[in-house]
Design a protein. Structure first.
Length: 320
């Protein structure tokens, strides 16, 4: 049985016998907790207190707000862009903001018999609807992006930051190759096409480096990798064998990003977290994707829908 509710802190909760999911509507309907109730394990990276004073939460909704260390926790949605860029629908107007229009801005969240429903409305251009249901140990998510006027080009990336212990693994097909988008604290020898072999890449000094191994913050590295085409399924496994598996609608989102941060970002506030990020494109910004013909569109007055499934797997091998 699935239970829904809210509390005085305005957190919306969705729970069944296996999982508990918590959403914070005021922070762009950020999912701030995903707990395996059998083990008590928290799967989402938690907010880390920073040594310097943090900006007030209302400042997060500013047009020029940047997604940084104080925002790097939980699960957000990036839309209609990931990186800051010019607005293809208004090239002389303000830039589209970093990580898109949704994070850090209050959203309408309703808890009911269907599950946890969220609606974001942006500038009378579009609405994004997200419905989350719990089915046993599975988190089932459906999305619908609706145009409120002309056709809308967009990029979307799911942006969950996971808490994984050192010694864990990211599991991809053995023959998978990944594109190197960003590296800090390590020099990797990518090919002329920017690709690395998975899981064993090579450093500039010809040393093997295991990309799949989760490290701690003393490693001092951060890597952003892109998968295109992405595999059917990505599994992140803890050292004790517990795992979370992510599958998604590759008809709309044929790519994925991997964010591996083991103390390499940001300078002065080093974090340890991992992101598995289904995405519509390997492009980071909407303007580039649109110019390259890699940005999907919502037809004028129309709708585009897609889905994601996360399965929280216990250590005795439920995924085998």
């Amino acid at each position: 049985m699935t239970a829904v509710g809210s509390n005085a802190r305005h957190l919306a909760t969705l729970a069944n016998d296996d999982l508990r999911l918590v959403c914070e509507p005021a922070l762009g309907a950020r999912l701030v907790s995903l707990v395996d109730r059998a083990s008590g394990r928290e799967w989402l990276a938690q907010r880390v207190p920073l040594p310097q004073p943090a900006r007030s939460t209302p400042a997060w909704d500013a047009p020029d707000a940047t997604f940084g260390a104080e925002q790097a926790f939980g699960w957000d949605e990036c839309l209609p862009t990931i990186a800051r860029c010019e607005d293809p629908l208004d090239r002389s107007g303000p830039l589209l903001r970093d990580h898109g229009d949704l994070w850090g801005r209050p959203a309408r969240v309703e808890s009911g018999p269907r599950g946890l429903a969220t609606v974001w409305r942006v500038a009378e251009r579009f609405e994004l609807h997200r419905l989350i249901r719990l089915d046993g140990r599975e988190v089932a998510v459906t999305y619908a992006l609706r145009s409120l006027g002309p056709a809308v080009p967009f990029l979307w990336s799911m942006h969950p930051l996971l808490a994984v212990d050192p010694g864990g693994r990211v599991e991809l097909p053995a023959a998978q190759r990944v594109r190197l988008s960003h590296a800090a604290g390590i020099a990797l020898a990518a090919g002329a096409d920017g690709m690395l072999q998975w899981p064993l890449a090579t450093t500039a000094d010809d040393t093997a480096f295991d990309l799949s191994l989760v490290r701690d913050e003393t490693a001092g590295i951060a890597l952003k990798l892109a998968l295109a085409p992405a595999p059917n399924r990505v599994v992140v496994r803890q050292p004790d064998g517990a795992a979370i598996a992510i599958e998604w609608d590759r008809a709309l989102a044929p790519a994925a990003g991997l964010w591996l941060d083991y103390g390499g970002w940001p300078d002065g506030n080093r974090l340890c977290q991992l992101g598995i990020e289904p995405a519509t494109s390997v492009d980071e910004d909407l303007a580039t994707a649109l110019d390259a013909g890699r940005a999907p569109h919502v037809p004028a007055g129309g709708e585009v829908s897609w889905w994601v499934r996360l399965s929280v797997l216990q250590s005795h091998g439920m995924d085998r």
